[in-house]
Design a protein around this ligand. Structure first.
Ligand code: CAO
Length: 542
């Protein structure tokens, strides 16, 4: 029995790497080449394998530590004699690499040159599978960008671009087998940068070396090419058996994505860059639609996926852009705004009599006088009367923005979805002008001719379903506005006048408001005032 100190082997040019996983515990019995720890540099991660079979006596590093070549990572108890063999087997083949690096003449400065990209030294593993093509012809790549990912028996690795340039062609496809020196494709480079061949032989290197290193320099800095299997990446040892290349791992770490949450689509359940992008896209979509972590971090479980065709015939069609936008906004507003809805009926018997009496005159002016312009005018008067409704909450959560203008949005039902054009300075306009503008905006909305500015800047919204029907509904506040009026269908109802029941034309109103910005008292005053104005439009003159 002998005790052997285990050291960090040649890291292929990487000075310091992070310990990202401890794969064994003290007391574990390991076979030669079993992973002890996993380390990760800028571009690659790799197992540090047991140099010999034996029992782990101690581990002197922990996750998160930084280690360099030669650092002690622990001790192993071995059968006598095994240690020496292991020592010599772990020696890097530096002389060979120094030879390979010498003798590459750089091309003339600024000259465009096509270079064949070769499979670099695979560290003894021959005939590995191409499991991912990370680029396509025409792509611009930086030196070190992953071109393809290959996988051997135990490990996988990125093959990085030897230089910055444009990919002209890729000579391999997923599923091919390749060996050291095989052609991978052609890269167009502008010379003057580092010689291509040298970089191609440094798949894990992160720094550019001088173009022609002396033998002594080459010996002092170990070759970056992987030597033996330990320099290939065994990604599946990390993150609970997740397979992924170093570039994907790096991206996942940068974006804070836990790889085993990502659905793999690559061969052998490998997570590809596309999988990662798809996962992130999905998360962003959920967040934007309000399904995940909206506002204060409300974690709502996503809706289950249901195959409706199991219940009967279905047709699946894409949602319009407007519909998708509305859905996202509604979820956002519904989840962010604490809603209260207050109801009232406005007695618009006199208003209707007046409106009808004015209809002919309005038509002569080419205007259709519906209840909507009256609603706009009454809401504008209420916003002036109860200015606490004409506000928005400041983003910082500490201030209120008070508005000295009265712009009102009007919900319009269009074949493509709900649109809310805005009528400006409603308080300063007459009924005919409002009727004309409301009609023009509703037409523009239905014809898809509204400009973004036509839909911005409202202080308040009116949603009138009166022409369609219904006795009441609770509209969703269109934040950052703090109030919305839902108007339902006028109905003739018996109203007690102190002596008897009389038939009156009653308009059902529902006022939803953001209870963070507006209190119930103000809401009560606002709706009562508004209903009062609709009950006697002469009050607009006061
Ligand atoms: N009760 C009874 N009748 C009403 C009414 C009410 N509350 N409001 C309007 N009407 C009548 C009008 O007077 C008109 O009748 P006449 O033709 O006999 O004069 C008829 O209904 C049709 O009105 P209109 O739709 O042409 O015009 P409008 O001014 O009432 O409405 C607009 C304009 C753009 C608000 C409306 O067309 C619309 O799109 N409403 C839907 C809004 C919506 O989708 N809201 C929901 C948003 S939240 O999901």
């Amino acid at each position: 029995m002998a005790k052997q100190v285990i050291k960090v082997p040649d890291l292929g040019g990487a000075d310091q790497v992070d310990v990202i996983e401890i794969a064994v515990a003290v007391g574990d019995t390991v076979a030669e080449e079993d992973a002890l720890i996993v380390v990760e540099g800028d571009k690659a991660s790799m197992d540090v394998p047991a140099p010999v079979a034996g029992k782990i006596l101690s581990i002197s590093v922990k996750e998160g530590d930084k280690v360099a070549e030669g650092d002690v990572i622990g001790e192993i108890e071995t059968e006598a004699g095994a240690a020496e063999e292991a020592e010599s087997a772990a020696e890097p083949e530096q002389a060979e690499a120094a030879e390979e690096q010498a003798g590459e003449a750089p091309a003339a400065e600024g000259e465009e040159k096509e270079e064949t990209i070769k499979v670099p030294d695979l560290g003894g593993a021959e005939s590995v599978d191409v499991i991912e093509i990370s680029v396509q012809p025409g792509d611009e790549v930086a030196e070190g960008d992953s071109l393809i990912v290959v996988e051997g028996d135990k490990a996988s690795m990125d093959v990085p671009s030897p230089s910055a340039g444009i990919v002209v062609s890729i000579a391999v496809k997923e599923g091919d087998k390749v060996s050291t020196g095989d052609d991978l494709g052609v890269l167009k480079v502008v010379s003057g940068a580092a010689p291509a061949k040298k970089a191609a032989e440094k798949p894990a290197a992160k720094e550019e070396k001088p173009s022609e290193p002396s033998a002594a320099e080459a010996a002092a800095e170990p070759p970056a090419a992987p030597k033996k299997d330990q320099y290939l990446e065994r990604d599946h040892t990390v993150s609970a058996e997740v397979y992924a290349g170093p570039a994907v791992r790096k991206l996942a770490r940068e974006l804070g994505v836990t790889l085993n949450k990502v659905k793999p689509s690559g061969p052998r359940n490998r997570v590809t860059k596309d999988d990662l992008h798809a996962y992130i896209k999905e998360q962003v979509k959920k967040a934007e639609s309000g399904a995940v972590g909206v506002g204060g971090g409300i974690g709502i479980a996503p809706m289950p996926e249901i195959d409706f065709s199991q219940f009967g015939p279905v047709k699946v069609e894409p949602m319009t852009k407007i519909h998708k936008l509305t859905a996202a906004n509604m979820s956002r507003n519904w989840l962010n705004v604490p809603h209260v809805t207050q109801f009232d009926d406005a007695d618009i018997t006199e208003l209707e009599a007046f409106r009808k009496s004015m209809k002919a005159e309005a038509e002569k002016r080419g205007v259709k006088l519906t209840p909507v312009p009256f609603l706009l005018k009454a809401a504008a008067a209420a916003l002036r009367e109860v200015p606490n409704f004409n506000v928005s909450l400041h983003n910082d959560g500490e201030q209120i923005v008070r508005k000295d203008y009265v712009h009102i949005g009007m919900a319009v039902d269009t074949p493509k979805g709900l649109m809310v054009p805005v009528i400006r300075d409603v308080d300063k306009k007459g009924l005919y002008e409002l009727a004309e503008e409301a009609t023009a905006l509703a037409l523009a909305a239905r014809d898809g001719k509204l400009k973004p500015r036509d839909m911005q800047g409202a202080c308040f919204t009116i949603s009138s379903l009166g022409a369609i029907g219904g006795t009441g509904f609770t509209p969703i506040v269109n934040a950052p506005e703090v109030g919305i009026l839902g108007v339902s269908k006028l109905a003739v109802k018996p109203v007690w006048n102190g002596n008897e029941f009389v038939p009156r034309e009653m308009l059902p109103l529902a006022l939803s408001y953001d209870h963070r910005a507006v209190n119930g008292g103000d809401a009560g005053r606002f709706l009562t005032y508004l209903a009062g104005v609709l009950g006697d439009v002469r009050r607009l003159l006061l």
